[in-house]
Write a protein that binds this ligand. Structure first.
Ligand code: SF4
Ligand code: SF4
Length: 104
């Protein structure tokens, strides 16, 4: 499992590098984020949620039934709008209210 960075969308804020629990992300000489050791990523999605530019997508591989889709998230106050972009081009959006995080 791993992520991919859209270098054109990356603003170079460095927040993903700060939050990755495995210290897997860094900024290159041009100021764009990259993942140095993708094989070590365990898909926690912390960087995906932290990126305000939606420049990081979680790769949804076959091993988890994702069939090559990509997962990004847009924050809107307490709401998280998770967008699943399927390999065929279709996008499905699932909205989660962060205020419900500890409800269950
Ligand atoms: S959080 Fe997003 S915009 Fe900021 S450096 Fe990482 S990929 Fe780029
Ligand atoms: S998904 Fe988690 S482990 Fe993988 S690069 Fe992002 S923050 Fe690091």
């Amino acid at each position: 499992m791993s992520i991919e960075v859209d270098r054109a969308a990356c603003t170079g804020c460095g927040r993903c590098a700060d939050i990755c629990p495995g210290s897997l992300l860094a900024l290159d000489e041009s100021g764009a984020a990259f993942i140095a050791r993708p094989e070590r990523c365990w898909g926690c999605a912390s960087c995906v949620k932290e990126c305000a530019a939606q420049a990081i997508a979680l790769y949804l591989g076959e091993d988890i039934g994702g069939l090559g889709g990509r997962l990004t998230v847009r924050r809107d106050g307490p709401l998280l709008h998770w967008a699943v972009r399927l390999a065929g081009g279709e996008t499905k959006v699932i909205t989660v209210d962060g205020r419900d995080a500890n409800r269950y």
